[in-house]
Design a protein around this ligand. Structure first.
Ligand code: HEC
Length: 101
């Protein structure tokens, strides 16, 4: 059983290593989106005062993320979050949240 788990892990890590950096797999986007759940709620559905991301227009999402990243919309929390992502990742996240209503 342990051996099987080790093999499975090896396979997964090999597959991940083989994926080009720009390839936006479903699980990769879901993993990125999970980083936002703590504040924006599961699947971007916020239950508090922080805005929901679920169902957000993709263009609005991407322009907000770029504004956080380049500092035109300063926010301590979101600027540090946004600075870790590329434009392609913003677009993929935008698609993800736009389809999660
Ligand atoms: C530690 C809490 C926290 C985490 C984690 C977090 N955010 Fe935020 N986010 C906020 C707060 C607070 C605001 C409101 C700030 C503002 O509007 O200036 C915000 C605002 C936003 C907005 C702007 C919404 C609007 O309509 O103006 C977007 C888009 C956004 N976050 C995306 C994300 C994404 C994508 C992630 C994950 C990669 C993420 N956030 C992770 C706290 C968080």
């Amino acid at each position: 059983m342990k051996l099987f788990a080790a093999l499975a892990l090896l396979l997964v890590s090999t597959l991940c290593a083989a994926a080009p950096e720009t390839l936006m797999t479903h699980s990769r986007v879901r993993f990125m989106a999970a980083n936002c759940a703590y504040c924006h709620g599961p699947d971007g559905k916020s239950r508090g005062s922080i805005p929901s991301l679920a169902g957000m227009d993709k263009n609005h999402f991407v322009s907000r993320m770029k504004a956080f990243r380049d500092g035109t919309r300063p926010n301590t929390i979101m600027t540090s979050h946004a600075s870790g992502y590329t434009d392609a990742e913003f677009a993929a996240l935008g698609d993800w949240f736009a389809t999660h209503k």
